[in-house]
Each structure stands twice: as C-alpha cells, then as structure tokens.
Design a protein around this ligand. Sequence first.
Ligand code: C6P
Length: 404
Amino acid sequence: MNITAIRADFPILSEQIYGKPLVYFDNGATTQKPRAVVEKLVDGYYKHNANIHRGVHFLSQEATEAHEAARETVRAFVNARSTNEIIFTRGTTEAINLVASSFGELFAEGDEIIVSQMEHHSNIVPWQLLGNRKGTVLKVIPFDERGELRLETLDTLITERTKLIAVTQVSNALGTVNPVKEIIAKAHSRGIPVLIDGAQSVPHFKIDVQDLDADFFVFSGHKIYAPTGIGVLYGKEAWLDKIPPYQGGGEMIDKVTFEKTTFNVLPFKFEAGTPDFIGSTALAEALRYVSTIGLEKIAVHEQELLAYATEKLLQIDGLRIIGNARHKSSLVSFLVGDIHPYDIGTILDKLGIAVRTGHHCAQPVMDAFGIEGTVRASFALYNTKEEIDVLATGIERARKMFAK
Ligand code: C6P
C-alpha cells in the first residue's frame, strides 16, 4: 500500500489544527472522505440531479440507473445473492430500527431477543422500544475480562422463545472481533435468525454475507469513507418478503386507495420516500475506492498499526488498555492512571490529535469495567506509525501534566 499516495486522496489530512498537522484517530466515529467520493457528490448535484423512479425525462432515468447501479455495487461488495436484498437506509441505526420495527411486528409478548453486552446503544435501544410496545424480552450474552464474548452462555440463553440474535461483529468500544460465523451457525442449528451489526467491521475486512450466512447485516456509509446519511440493510430475501414494511409513503407502494394499499416489490418495499440517490452513488464510489486498494491489504496495514500502537502505548506509565481480546480490530481504548479521558482528549486535541473520549455509545461496556469512559484511538487505512508516535508523545505529555 502506498500510504503517501492514499493520504493525498484525502485533502483534510493535510490540514493543520491549532497550527499542528492533523492526526486523525477518530475513524471509529466517522472516516474522512477521499476526493473521488466528494467529487461524486458534487458531480451528482451539479450534473445528474433528478428524482429517481419517477420521471420519464432523461435526468430522472439517468439518476435512477446510477442509484440502481450503486445498489449492485453494494451487493457485490458484501456478496449478497440479489440486489433485492440490499435496502438503502440512513445508516446502521436506521437499519437496526427497521428490523426491530418490521420484524418485531411478528413477535409476541414473551418472545426473546438476544444481544451482547458489548453492543452499541443502537443495537440495544430499538429492542427495548420493541419490548415496551410488544412485551418482548431482551437477553444479553456477557463478555469476560478480556472483552471476549462468553459464547458458552448462548446454549442456556437460547430458548424456544428466542426470535432473533443481534450482535456486533466488532465492538466500537473494545475493538473485539466476535466470531459471528460461529454464532450464526449455532443460532441456525436452533432455527434462529441472526442480525450482524457491521458498522465497525465493514471498513476493516472483507465481508461475505453468504459465507457468514447472516440473515441481516447492517452498516453505515460514513464509517467506510462514504458520506453521512447513507447506509445499508442486507436481509435475506425470504425474511424481507415475510416482514411488513417499515415506513409508509411514496415508492414503497404498488397501489393505493383509501381502503387499502398494496406494497411494492423488494427492495423498494422498505424504501419509503425519496432516497438519498446521490449519497448512494457516493457510497458506491467509496466501496470502489477500498476495493481498488484491497481489503486484504487494508486489514494487514491496520493490524500492523494496532500491534504498533498497543506496544507503544503500553510503554506509557500507568496506561491500561480496555479491551484485550485476542482478535481485535484496529482501535485502542485506554485510560492513563486516574486522569479523566476528557482531559487527555483535550490535551491531545491541542496537539492536533483527534481521538474520541467518553462511553462511545456503549455504556454497558463501561459499566462492566466499572469506568465512566475511555480514550479511543481508532485507525484507518491512511494512518501511519509516525502518527502513532505523535499520539504516544501527546499522551506522555498529558500524563506528566496531570502527575500528582
Ligand atoms: N459508532 C463511534 O464513535 P450510525 O450512527 O447509525 O452511523 O452507527 C451507529 C453504530 C452502530 N453500531 C456500532 C458498532 C457503531 O460503532 C456505531 C457508531 C460511532 O463508535 C458513533 S457513536
């Protein structure tokens, strides 16, 4: 991988923050955008903007084709069987809410959904809202002190009332990579479908939804170098056919009268209203961008960064890493002595280093460790070991400033 050339694709990486070169380590929250993606957006709005699936005129047909071509790019990227299985959403959160709302319609009081203790709030709260409406029960797979799921508990957690298992492939707070293929196989052996939250996995390694045999797989564009406001729900066609629509409106209908409405075919049944048809083409551009570099190469590079950062940061007096799973994605969550994460984040910020501090929308993870939050440095394909050196120096500086 030619990191210098890659970095040149991301104009923001040449920016200075407080007069210091930007070191961007908040990729878990959102990634920066390469020129090609931004140009796709601008070109779309300048030259190809018209509402899709609605007009006979040239621009509308052209925009429709571009949107549907983007769907095909997403299909190929995750290796879905059919574009009918690719639903565009606003992001991971909306995709999970769609499943909780629509699939959840089929659940009854006392039915059970299993999530894990390391879920992002967006894979907890929609199931609680469903519970409030329907009386469904939420059960939790715990994790151990390393931050690895205690999968042996699944056998007792699963009952004849279990309707769905919804787990993250990668923890945004710990970096743990969960053995989701194994979880899916186990669930399927008991006839239970599985939803995988791929928000933090898709940018880092190759996903094959057929190989995983996932029933639902969700991710956000903005974490994989695409714009905000566009994301994906993959669902097996058999499930998507079975579950009712999410929102009502234009596009998702076949025939509407005041007495009755029949619904459109897949995937449109789940896409009410005007979709983000320019965002979808920019998402496709981002997926082409990472595919051209190669996810295998990206994974190798990011694992090198993870190993380097882990070793380097552990040399800092009083620094402890929260989340020491054997299989981790490229992020390091840490604390230094009893210095508040916010204080470290603030000092790093003044040095031009962007990290995330706090509970990372995963409060149950923090509760499990008995902490309020962590500092999180999350790496992407354009990051370098030199930047990690800058981070280590910055943390050391913060440590000395707060030394009692
Ligand atoms: N995590 C982070 O800094 P949205 O906001 O819908 O694009 O993604 C939600 C989401 C769902 N699952 C996981 C595992 C995630 O990490 C996220 C987003 C960001 O960690 C923002 S809170």
